[in-house]
Write a protein that binds this ligand. Structure first.
Ligand SMILES: *Cc1c(COP(=O)(O)O)cnc(C)c1O
Length: 434
């Protein structure tokens, strides 16, 4: 065993050497040091604000839907570890990947038929874009190489995904002239239950029609825009996109990396609209938050188009493609999800979030409280003071990670009613003090 390092030494080394998400170097705000995690609780290496355990309100960025250290997922990981944690996927295959692919085809919307197992959400979006561009190249239409999306989206941090993230985030300015230039519609009007706005639908149709000659695909997050602003829109717009894409020979990509596996109350958000995309990206909750794995699914038509090209292969193949350990845990996680009444659990959480977040409505500085499925959002009328809001939540014994003007939670589905009430109290406290 290596020499143990004290929490203080670890944090000093962290600050000196380790990048954190969207962080400066060296780091400015000290991260909390987590020693272990179990159920819905993160155990801290040393108490912070008097708490040595925090109830997790974030599911580790949408992923840990069953909570931490789950016996079923642990068993799946241990079992697979004893057989092999990885082998290359070129020329070799294995049961975990085959089972998982078949399972994903079975549970996703009907025409999705083929599965590319990638190692992160961003890479799965890169693969989705590559599939679409290559499809049109193979069919002799290489001009169809741009993407259309709506503002307010988030699709990951690698190059193509960045080009379809919300252009008003400041990032597009930084990368002007470097990122591929895509086509942006306005952000979809807010409100899951709001009647679709006909003028907005017309804008979508008009843009797709006008750019059809150069458009490979439309890519959107269905129903919930996550990291771009935690906003919800009517599923009706997805039907508008499907019809316009069909009418103008444009592929439709749904990025369900955040929304997949029940988070919005449907197993996949596309089901709210009753439409299927040509290509779909999955990630985050795919392995129940255990390991990094993502998937890009496509229809037989897309795969067939690609296969008819001069280069009849999909030219992509990550080193850790189809990782058996991640695939085995993903399969067990999906089993676990489907073996219970997950929809009822998400409904229970939805009701708890409405009830628990209602007090925030009357706070000064709160613009809106919104809930959909197991997602609860308090939007402020000002930029949140991250340090103050985080501290307020920690004082309540809860882990939250606010951003911009948003304090939000998407708890693990196993969160009990008492812990859920605690999370809501922490969101309210963070909204008050942030
Ligand atoms: C998180 C996310 C991604 C990127 O996934 P990574 O695994 O972080 O690369 C892409 N799209 C959406 C909708 C996401 O929420």
């Amino acid at each position: 065993m290596p020499e143990p390092l004290s929490p203080r030494e670890l944090l000093a080394l962290d600050r000196q050497h380790v990048w954190h998400p969207y962080g400066p170097m060296p780091g400015r705000a000290a991260p909390l040091l987590v020693e272990s995690a179990s159920g819905v609780r993160l155990r801290l290496a040393e108490p912070v604000e008097g708490q040595d355990e925090l109830v997790d309100g974030m599911s580790s960025w949408w992923s840990a839907v069953h909570g931490y250290n789950h016996p079923v997922l642990n068993d799946a990981a241990h079992g697979q570890l004893g057989r092999m944690s990885h082998v290359m996927f070129g020329g070799l295959t294995h049961e975990p990947a085959v089972r998982l692919a078949k399972r994903l085809v079975d549970i996703t919307p009907e025409p999705l038929e083929h599965v590319f197992l990638a190692d992160s959400g961003s890479v799965s979006v890169e693969v989705a874009v590559k599939m679409c561009l290559q499809y049109w190249r193979s069919l002799g239409k290489p001009r169809k190489q741009r993407l259309l999306t709506w503002r307010g989206g988030y699709h990951g941090d690698t190059w193509q995904p960045m080009s379809v993230c919300d252009p008003d985030g400041g990032m597009h300015e930084l990368w002007q002239g470097v990122l591929p230039r895509q086509i942006f519609a306005d952000a979809p009007p807010a409100g899951f239950d709001a009647a679709p706005d006909e003028a907005y639908a017309a804008q979508l149709r008009e843009l797709i029609g006008r750019h059809a000659e150069e458009l490979a695909a439309v890519i959107v997050e269905p129903v919930v825009q996550g990291a771009g602003g935690m906003s919800f829109h009517s599923p009706g717009y997805l039907r508008v996109l499907r019809e316009a894409c069909d009418a103008h020979d444009v592929l439709l990509v749904f990025d369900e990396i955040a929304t997949g596996f029940g988070r919005t109350g449907a197993l996949f958000a596309a089901e709210h609209a009753g439409v299927a995309p040509d290509v779909m990206c999955l990630g985050k909750a795919l392995t129940g938050g255990y390991l990094t794995l993502a998937a890009t699914l496509c229809t037989a038509a897309v795969a067939d188009g690609i296969s008819r090209g001069a280069l009849p292969v999909l030219a992509h193949g990550p080193t850790f493609m189809g990782n058996p350990l991640a695939a085995a845990v993903a399969d067990a996680s999906i089993d676990l999800l489907l073996s219970q009444d997950w929809a009822q659990e998400v409904k229970r959480i939805e009701a708890g979030l409405w009830e628990g977040l209602a007090p925030a409505r009357s706070h000064a500085g709160v613009r809106e409280v919104r809930v959909l499925g197991a997602i609860g959002v308090v939007q402020l009328d000002h930029e949140v003071d991250m340090a103050a809001a985080t501290r307020a939540a920690v004082r309540e014994g809860v882990w939250l990670r606010p951003f911009r003007d948003l304090i939000y939670t998407m708890p693990p589905y196993i969160t009990g009613d008492d812990d859920l009430a605690r999370i809501c109290a922490a969101v309210c406290a963070a909204a008050r003090e942030g």
